[in-house]
Design a protein around this ligand. Structure first.
Ligand SMILES: NC(=O)c1ccc[n+]([C@@H]2O[C@H](COP(=O)([O-])OP(=O)(O)OC[C@H]3O[C@@H](n4cnc5c(N)ncnc54)[C@H](O)[C@@H]3O)[C@@H](O)[C@H]2O)c1
Length: 333
């Protein structure tokens, strides 16, 4: 297959591209190398991908419509996986416009090009944050999700709505993923696993929000990209193709799918796993809840299983050990 992937210098895009290349697919990457976090890490990821002869990349912003159109037209993809975005809940309080530009305008440009080229399947990243203030857990794709708590989550929910309209109007088969706290080697420096590991290894205290009353459905990166890979082949069709518990639209070849571990892990247990992997004890700074954040996320991943037969299975101690091993060798600490 010819697969166009946005965000290939990013954490998830890098791992997905590696998996697709290992299977022998042609991958065209697209990334603007934004400076939201260390650009050197992004360049290292891209440099490794560029060692494959089936990988080519364009360095440009999604908002640069001409550059995006040219890259997509020249490549003529069968499938588009759109992962590039301004991510992060906390930074969306500081710089909401970056989210509007990348996630709304940028995603619109990707959808427009995908429609024009009549690609076979468009897959785009949303987030568990769209479940917002929902209290019923685990979160299911058919639950109402109308109470976003951060502007980041709001832009992702808007992308889900925009893509549904495009799928309906243009018969464009579309899958939206809702990812749950992804971690692993080559992970993002702005996320808790990296920040905790960095501080613990440096002997500094870690900031633990909501006084430790936090739960996350931590998803190991290899499991996540395996789920994405299988969903590429699960092209949404008409209502007659719906499976049990499906979120398939009654009026469009469109569905939303959670990719999570289906396990609610207390932040303290995640920290304990980092302590075990580093062999150091963490000293904790207990703080109140951060605005925009939610105390818990937990995925019902039964739709992913019904569509693909797959369930993520890496446990937190296993995944954290692999992450810490990578972190130490990458940073030489
Ligand atoms: N990592 C997680 O836990 C998580 C959870 C839920 C959802 N997501 C979503 O998954 C996707 C991938 O996340 P990630 O963790 O790999 O993030 P990431 O920040 O590592 O990767 C995103 C990439 O997109 C690029 N990018 C950002 N804005 C751009 C723009 N306007 N034009 C071109 N390129 C741009 C960045 O340079 C970066 O390399 C995102 O859509 C994110 O919102 C991630």
């Amino acid at each position: 297959m010819r697969i166009f992937v946005t965000g290939t210098a990013g954490f998830i895009g890098y791992h997905l591209a590696q998996l697709l290349l290992a299977e022998g697919h042609e991958v065209q990457g697209f990334d603007g190398m934004t400076d939201y976090y260390d650009v050197a890490l992004k360049r290292r990821r891209h440099a490794m991908l560029l060692q494959h002869q089936n990988f080519h990349a364009t360095e440009a912003m999604l908002e640069d419509r001409e550059a995006l159109d040219r890259a997509m037209d020249d490549f003529a993809p069968d499938v588009v996986v759109h992962l590039a975005a301004q991510a992060g809940v906390r930074y969306s309080l500081e710089n909401p416009r970056a989210y509007l530009d990348a996630n709304i305008i940028g995603s619109f440009n990707v959808m427009e090009a995908a429609r024009r080229l009549a690609v076979g399947h468009l897959l785009m990243a949303s987030t568990s944050s769209v479940y917002g203030a929902n209290e019923a857990m685990p979160y299911g794709e058919t639950d109402k999700a109308d109470t976003q708590m951060s502007f980041y989550a709001a832009t992702k929910k808007a992308t889900e709505a925009m893509s549904h309209a495009y799928a309906h109007l243009h018969a464009l088969p579309t899958t939206m993923f809702r990812f749950f706290t992804v971690y692993g080697p080559w992970g993002r420096p702005d996320m808790a696993p990296s920040k905790f590991t960095q501080s613990i290894l440096a002997g500094r205290a870690i900031d633990v929000y909501n006084h430790g009353q936090m739960w996350r459905d931590f998803t190991y990166i290899d499991d996540l990209v395996h789920g994405i890979r299988l969903l590429i082949d699960a092209v949404p069709g008409g209502v007659e193709t719906a499976v049990a518990g499906d979120s398939l639209s009654p009026v469009a070849p469109w569905r939303v799918v959670n990719i999570g571990n289906s396990e609610k892990v207390m932040l303290e247990d995640f920290i304990t796993a980092i302590e075990a992997a580093t062999g150091r004890k963490a000293s904790r700074n207990y703080l109140s809840m951060q605005p925009g954040d939610v105390p818990a996320t937990w995925a019902d991943a039964s739709l992913l299983r019904a569509l693909t037969g797959y369930t993520p299975k890496t446990t937190v101690p296993e995944g954290v050990a692999r992450f810490v091993e990578w972190y130490r060798s990458y940073h030489g600490v």
